[in-house]
Design a protein around this ligand. Sequence first.
Ligand SMILES: *Cc1c(COP(=O)(O)O)cnc(C)c1O
Ligand SMILES: [Zn+2]
Length: 411
Amino acid sequence: MKFSYVSHLQCPKCNKEYSAGVEHQLCECGSPLLVNYDLEELRNVLKREDLLKRKPDLWRYRELLPVQREENVVTLGEGMTPLIPMERLGADMGISNLHMKDEGIIPTGTFKARGAAVGVSMAKELNIHELAMPTNGNAGASWALYAARGGIKSTIVMPVDAPKITRNECAIAGANLYLVDGLISDAGKIVAQTVRDQGLFDASTLKEPYRIEGKKTMGYEIAEQMNWKVPDVILYPTGGGVGLIGIYKALKELQTLEWIPQGKLPRLVAVQSDGCAPIVKAWKEGKKESEFWEGSETIAFGINVPKALGDFLVLESLYETNGCAVAIDDESILEEQKQIAELEGAFVCPEGASAFVAARQLREENWIKEDDVVVVLNTGAGIKYPDTVDFELPTLQPGELINKAEVFIEE
Ligand SMILES: *Cc1c(COP(=O)(O)O)cnc(C)c1O
Ligand SMILES: [Zn+2]
């Protein structure tokens, strides 16, 4: 049996086809390329039960990933993150069946590890020795570390405001790290120029076709963990939108394989910050593409993307599944983050918290029904953003006793 059932790459805009196994960036027409598989053939040789005896990481879906030779797999054990029932938080929101897919429990602490694992493995397979990318922090951190593991050099450019820990991750992995006094879009322009001048491989979001293949495995896992019954609603904090496009792609592939029921897919929800909500604006206006969001700003750094290359694919996934797009303010994000920690013991990242706020609001509007099965993606660990938590502490002198009445701070 083949390691991968990859067949070819195809442009979702102009349908032009490209062969697998050779280096590609964007389509001639400027659109990102998507990877196709021989699903009809695979359906006859692989049964979903066959997965049960495999390791609990994303390579359990190797036939549905683009890497063709096992020796090129670069892994740190990423994938099969827990799907956790959130009963107390759900009760508080009035949702009886609320789950969190927790991507905080993965190497590098965010789901970016999935894209990096598959992207870097493909870079290795294609004999790429050096790559470059702009990042809001988490992707750069994951790619720098996975590139190190794969023996590939990396050049990373990130905004000075990106979470400091992500700088450290790049630095300790030996990446060439540059800070830019601007946004990810400014970092992107610098990388594009460097790529042209120095012939590096451009690993920017969706400019290489394989990161999305790693991220789509969140969709496979949700289906497998729910015993191949898909939820009613999936909420996802959306920046570049690769995770959402990936989950949508994964679910459609599973339908073709007949591993999940035909017909209705989960309603997908793109959650953004109201300080950077280009997808939400486009969705509200019924548009097929978004416009650049000027002066974007939010504490949820991973979703601060003023214009996504794959915006038209994100919007398509919302329209096709009867989903929606919601913008959340930073204050509500921080409140929800605290609520989740207090009620569930989970320290989620601000991006993840935004998706929980969206679930709460959509339930209030009755867009989510009481007994809908709801999955929220927590895309990263709260401990990667220590500075978002703000509090004061009483300090004791040695030997001083605790007077509870004084110590407990009321807000
Ligand atoms: C990158 C990132 C996102 C957004 O992911 P996309 O797939 O690019 O939309 C969400 N949350 C966190 C923590 C991230 O790092
Ligand atoms: Zn094209």
